[in-house]
Design a protein around this ligand. Structure first.
Ligand code: FES
Length: 571
C-alpha cells in the first residue's frame, strides 16, 4: 500500500484548516492541481549575498525546481540561516548548531514530503544535514560547486592555501603590498566555493561518499553548466525517493560513515571533517568516535594531488574524473554495497568511472603517500584526543621535543608574535589556549598560527603548533588541533607554561607534556576558569550546552532525532 504523504495533513484537508493551508499559498499563483496529493519538495536554500560561495544558489534552485516539476512533484523553496565562512565573526562554527536547528524546525513544521539541501560554503553542508537528519525525511544534497582555478601571473592559485602563503611572503618582504592586492582579485574569479581541498570541498566529498548526493556531485565546478544538470536531476530524483520512502536513515548507516572516513583519507580532506561527521553521526544514532577516524582512515593510501597537500585544484579534479574515480580505486577498502540516494549502491555508481589524469588522481597501486588520513593522538596534554593531518605537515617535525611558547589567547598571540624580543626559535612549540568550543567561544580556525616574523625572515616555514581550536581546511603545517578537553574547562592545555617541554610523536600517537603529575596537580589547584557574565542569547545557550570537540561540538540537547511526525494544527 502506498504510504500517505505527510503534506496531505495540510493540503489534503477539506475543512477550515485545509482552506487556511491552501488559500494563502494560492496568492503565489498556484493552481488546484498542485494540491492534488503530489509530493511536496522543500528546497532548503542557504543562498545569501553574505555567503559569497553560495550567492548563485537562486539559479541552482530553479534547476532543482525544473526537475521536481518534471517528475510530478510540487517544489517549494525556503531559506535557512546561511553561514559565510569568510564574513562571520567570531567564527561561522559558532552558528553551525543554530543553523541546524533552523533547518530541522523549518522542515518539520512545514508540509514537506522530501527535501533538497542546497549547500556550499563550509558550515552550510554539515549544519543542514544535521538538521535534516534529525527529521529523517527523504533528502538529497546538491552542492554549489567549487570556483574555477584562481590564476595569478600564469600560476594556478588556490583559495585560502595561497592566502596563507602570500601573507607569510608579505610579512617576510618577499611580496609587495601591490602584488598582494592584485592576487586578491585573481583568486576568486568565478561563482562557487573554495576550490582547494578545503572544508567546503571536503564536505562535498563527504556527502557524495556517504551516498547523500548523486555521483559526481562533489567536483563539478559551480560555473560549469553540468552543475545545473546535477541540480535538475536531483530534483527529479527526490520525487522518486519520496515514492520509495527512501529516508536519510536508510542511507546514513555505519557502513556509509566508514566509507566517508576512508574516502576522506584518500582525498586528504580537512580536519574539520572529523568534527562535522561526529555531529552528523550523533543525529542519526550511529556509534562513531574519534578513534574510528584513526583506525579506519590512517592506513588508507593518499591519492589526490590537490592543495593544500598537493598541487592541483577542484577544477582539475573534475576533469580527471572526479570523486567516482577515487571511490573506485578504494573498492577493496569500502563497503561497496552501501546504498546511495539514487537507489544504487556506491559500488554500482562508480563501476564505469575512468581516470583521465593520473597526476591528479593517483592509482591505489601507486599512491602519493602510502598512508593518508587524519591521525588521532592522545597523552596527558589531550586525554580525549587531538588531531593532525600528516599529509599537510612536515615529516621531520612529526617526532619532536621542544620548548613551549605559550599564548593565553588569540589576542595575546597577535599582540606578541612579531615582537623581536619574543623568546622563540624554530625548535620551539607554539601553544595557543582558549580557542576551543566554549573558550572562544565557537572554536575558530586559528590553530595554524602564522610563524613569528623574525623566523620567517630566516626562512623558517613550519613549526609545531598545538591548540584547542580548528584550522581552515585550506591550511597546512605541523599543527595539532581540537585538543580535548579544551583549556577553558580546565584541560591540561590550560596548565602549560612557557618553558615546559612537550613531546610530539605522531607515529606512536602521543602528545605529552613533560611535567610531573605533582606539579600538574599543583597548577590545577591554582587554576580558575574565566567567567564572562555579559554573554546572553544564543551564545549563552551555546556555551552552556556545547559538547567537546571529540564529540562533534554539537549542543548536548540536539544529539539524536525527533523524526517527521506532523505537529498539531496551528489554528
Ligand atoms: Fe566559503 Fe571557503 S570561504 S568555502
Amino acid at each position: 500500500m502506498k504510504k500517505k504523504l505527510r503534506s496531505t495533513e495540510w493540503f489534503g484537508k477539506t475543512d477550515k484548516m485545509g482552506f487556511i493551508y491552501r488559500s494563502w499559498m494560492r496568492n503565489q499563483g498556484i493552481p488546484d492541481h498542485e494540491f492534488d496529493g503530489r509530493p511536496v519538495i522543500g528546497i532548503c536554500n542557504t543562498w545569501s549575498e553574505l555567503t559569497p560561495c553560495n550567492a548563485h544558489f537562486r539559479e541552482l534552485a530553479e534547476a532543482v525546481k525544473r526537475g521536481v516539476l518534471e517528475a510530478g512533484g510540487f517544489p517549494l523553496e525556503f531559506p535557512v540561516t546561511s553561514l559565510g565562512e569568510t564574513m562571520m565573526r567570531p567564527t561561522a562554527m559558532l552558528f553551525r548548531n543554530l543553523a541546524s536547528m533552523d533547518t530541522e524546525e523549518s522542515i518539520r513544521a512545514n508540509p514537506l514530503d522530501g527535501v533538497v539541501l542546497l549547500v556550499g560554503c563550509d558550515k552550510t553542508t554539515p549544519s543542514t544535514l544535521m538538521g535534516a537528519a534529525s527529521v529523517n525525511l527523504p533528502t538529497i544534497i546538491v552542492s554549489g560547486g567549487p570556483m574555477l582555478n584562481g590564476k595569478y601571473r600564469g600560476e594556478d592559485i588556490g583559495s585560502g592555501t595561497m592566502v596563507w602563503k602570500f601573507s607569510e611572503d608579505l610579512r617576510a618582504g618577499k611580496m609587495s603590498p601591490k602584488e598582494f592586492a592584485i592576487a586578491e582579485a585573481c583568486m576568486s574569479r568565478s561563482r562557487g566555493h573554495c576550490m582547494t581541498m578545503g572544508t567546503a570541498s571536503t564536505m562535498a566529498c563527504m556527502v557524495e561518499s556517504l551516498g547523500m548526493s548523486l555521483p559526481e556531485n562533489a567536483a563539478i565546478p559551480a560555473a560549469d553548466s553540468r552543475r545545473k544538470v546535477a541540480a535538475h536531476m536531483s530534483g527529479q530524483r527526490i520525487v522518486e525517493m519520496v515514492h520509495e520512502d527512501l529516508k536519510i536513515s536508510d542511507i546514513l548507516t555505519r557502513k556509509a560513515f566508514e566509507n566517508a572516513i576512508k574516502v576522506n583519507a584518500a582525498v586528504g580532506g580537512s580536519t574539520n571533517f572529523i568534527i562535522h561527521l561526529l555531529a552528523i553521526a550523533g543525529r542519526v544514532g550511529v556509534d562513531l568516535n574519534l578513534d574510528d577516524f584513526d583506525q579506519l582512515g590512517s592506513r588508507i593510501p593518499f591519492l589526490l594531488n590537490l592543495m593544500p597537500s598537493g598541487k592541483y585544484l577542484m577544477e582539475d579534479f573534475y576533469y580527471a574524473g572526479g570523486l567516482p574515480v577515487v571511490i573506485k580505486e578504494l573498492k577493496d577498502h569500502l563497503h561497496n554495497d552501501a546504498l546511495t540516494v539514487n537507489g544504487k549502491t556506491i559500488g554500482e555508481n562508480v563501476a564505469d568511472a575512468e581516470c583521465f589524469n593520473r597526476d591528479v588522481i593517483a592509482s591505489i597501486d601507486n599512491p602519493i603517500l602510502a598512508e593518508g588520513g587524519i591521525t588521532v593522538v592522545k597523552g596527558n596534554l589531550c586525554e580525549n584526543g587531538a588531531v593532525i593531518k600528516p599529509s599537510a605537515a612536515t615529516p621531520e617535525l612529526m617526532q619532536h621535543r621542544g620548548r613551549a611558547v605559550v599564548f593565553e589567547s588569540n589576542e595575546d598571540y597577535h599582540h606578541r608574535i612579531d615582537d623581536p624580543d619574543l623568546d622563540i626559535d624554530e625548535t620551539c612549540i607554539m601553544v595557543l589556549k582558549n580557542v576551543g568550543p566554549k573558550g572562544y567561544p565557537g572554536m575558530p580556525e586559528v590553530g595554524n598560527m602564522g610563524m613569528p616574523k623574525k623566523l620567517l625572515e630566516k626562512g623558517v616555514r613550519d613549526m609545531v603548533r598545538i591548540s584547542d581550536g580548528r584550522m581552515s581546511g585550506t591550511a597546512y603545517g605541523t599543527v595539532f588541533l581540537h585538543v580535548s578537553p579544551e583549556s577553558a574547562i580546565g584541560g591540561t592545555l590550560a596548565l602549560v607554561e612557557n618553558g615546559d617541554m612537550i613531546e610530539v610523536d605522531v607515529k606512536n600517537r602521543r602528545l605529552h607534556l613533560d611535567v610531573s603529575d605533582e606539579e600538574l596537580a599543583r597548577r590545577r589547584a591554582a587554576w580558575k576558569p574565566a567567567v564572562d557574565d555579559t554573554v546572553r542569547g544564543y551564545v549563552k545557550m551555546y556555551v552552556d550546552h556545547v559538547n567537546q570537540a571529540d564529540k562533534g561540538a554539537d549542543l548536548d540537547f540536539l544529539v539524536g532525532k525527533t523524526g517527521s511526525a506532523v505537529p498539531k494544527d496551528n489554528h
